[in-house]
Design a protein around this ligand. Structure first.
Ligand code: FAD
Length: 457
């Protein structure tokens, strides 16, 4: 059987093979019943119905096996969180080409969930940086998928499959060199059209390593450029008392260590920590530096969601609520129109902006089809809309979906979706999905993508 070509430590490789063997035995002994991943963390934001599926314990698959800085790749197990992956890579003066902003996101999760960050304007989304994957299939077999071997259909069909075709146990992904610091330049804009044109122009620059932005209001937007540098006059610290997103409007230049740059959004979960009172100076102290991070907030939110705490309080006060937690990609030419719709309908601020485009113009990822010739703008918005009036379920999320479809965009599936089966399969490619499902999970042991992502089964 084909094997990963890399020079990992013998111990690590042997341990990986051993763990893989026991996992496949567990799977085979499950006798064809439904299975699901057993993990301690998750960045999925759709409540799932109770399930009797057997849990496949993959918590141990969280090691970095090899960093090859000279040849530009890292080999890591599928459930390795980016916190660990980045720490290991930085020791070799490289970073994964795209590092999602939250420390507990895993390399496998980001590959099936289409992760994105401020280096995506150059390298594309996380799955575009993956070079090989060893995937565990529902019958207990493992297959090594590359862009040009006999399993290339699975390689290109895996992104956006959310664990419904198999589980990535080992991945080889691109890394790029880093310097010690990142110099930040914050450019403020008042006109959306000029803002998006400026964003596109910055993406053409060769001397810029990172590009993202934030919309704070109709006439208040910031583009942030990041450039690696060996030296810095100072390095700011946003991991405790100072809050990164607030700095964007307060200064035009800043310096961070590369590690702090990569995790700049994690400390305050972008800005969502405000909903957990973590931006109140007193309560911030109570959290303490150690607990100001996405892992803490995710735990609190999952607990809140399980016990329906804030929803019940809202109801008692006479409010109806809807979570609108979405990331969508809109072609650049339609970005101003989407933003105008956003200001009129969804309204809550801020909104994260991140440009992305295909790195390899020939590559086609079947379940997440974007035009490889186009620059897209990712809009990330995460909050709850409260109102006195009872609206139909998904009132706001459905409007986002309609607008994304009308503007030829794409919507991530990590949170709530309301698409009809026809709409969903028109976007996410039913014919290819059915073919892959028939070939790699013919017994339907893993869930179907629509049932998992829309019906929340
Ligand atoms: C508020 C919020 C903001 C976000 N912002 C960003 C962002 O800015 N940038 C970004 O890149 N992403 C962002 N995400 C999305 C995130 O990257 C995806 O949800 C990703 O899939 C989470 O990865 P995870 O490792 O936590 O996986 P989990 O949450 O544990 O799992 C997600 C799904 O992937 C499947 N899965 C997990 N691991 C594997 C594997 N090894 N093989 C196959 N299937 C697997 C699971 O079955 C599940 O269906 C955001 C999510 C939230 C909730």
């Amino acid at each position: 059987m084909a094997r990963f070509q890399y020079r990992g430590g013998d111990m690590d490789t042997a341990r990986y093979e051993e763990k893989k063997r026991s996992l496949t035995e567990v799977l085979r002994s499950a006798g064809g019943g439904n299975i699901r991943l057993g993990k301690t963390t998750s960045n999925l934001f759709r409540d799932r119905q109770g399930t009797s599926a057997k849990e496949l314990d993959v918590r141990d698959f969280n090691n970095v096996l090899h960093v090859d800085a000279a040849n530009g790749y890292v080999v890591a197990e599928g459930m390795t969180p980016y916190a660990k992956l980045v720490a290991e890579c930085l020791r070799h003066n490289v970073m994964p080409a795209v590092v999602p902003q939250l420390k507990s996101i895993t390399i496998g999760g980001a590959t099936v969930g289409c992760g994105i960050e401020s280096s995506s304007f150059r390298y594309g989304m996380v799955h575009e940086t993956v070079q090989e994957m060893e995937i565990l299939l529902s019958d207990g077999r493992t297959v090594l998928c590359t862009p040009d071997n006999e399993y290339r259909d699975l390689f290109y069909g895996f992104p956006n499959s959310y664990g419904t075709l198999g589980y990535a146990l080992l991945l080889k992904a691109r890394v790029v060199p880093v310097k010690k610091y990142v110099k930040l330049t914050h450019i403020r804009h008042a006109d959306p059209k000029v803002f998006f044109t400026g964003l596109a122009q910055q993406c053409e620059r060769q001397d810029v390593d990172f590009v993202d932005g934030v919309v704070f209001g109709r006439h208040d937007m910031v583009i942030t450029l990041g450039q690696f540098t060996h030296e810095a006059p100072y390095a700011s610290d946003y991991t405790y008392e100072k809050i990164y997103y607030k700095s964007l409007r307060e200064r035009s230049e800043d310096f961070l260590t590369t590690g702090d740059y990569l995790w700049r959004w994690d400390t305050d979960w972008f800005w969502c920590s405000k909903n957990l009172l973590a931006q109140n100076p007193l309560i911030r102290r109570l959290y303490g530096r150690r607990h100001l991070n996405s892992v803490t907030y995710t735990k609190i939110m999952h607990w809140n969601s399980r016990w329906k705490l804030s929803r019940s309080i809202g109801r008692l006060l006479g409010f109806h609520t809807e979570s609108v937690i979405q990331d969508v990609e809109i072609p650049l030419e339609h970005a101003p129109e989407f933003l105008a719709f956003y200001h009129d309908v969804i309204r809550f601020m801020p909104v994260w902006i991140c440009p992305t485009r295909a790195c390899d113009k020939q590559a086609r990822f079947d379940l997440y089809r974007m035009d490889p010739q186009k620059l897209y703008v990712n809009f990330g918005f995460w909050d709850v809309i409260r109102g006195r009036k009872k609206l139909s379920p998904g009132h706001y999320n459905r409007q986002v979906e309609e607008r994304v479809m009308a503007l030829h965009g794409m919507k991530s599936l990590y949170s709530d979706s309301y698409f009809s089966p026809e709409q969903f399969w028109g976007i996410y490619n039913r014919s290819v999905y059915d073919r892959l499902k028939k070939k790699y999970d013919p017994e339907g042991i893993l869930k179907d993508l629509y049932r998992k992502c829309v019906l929340k089964e």
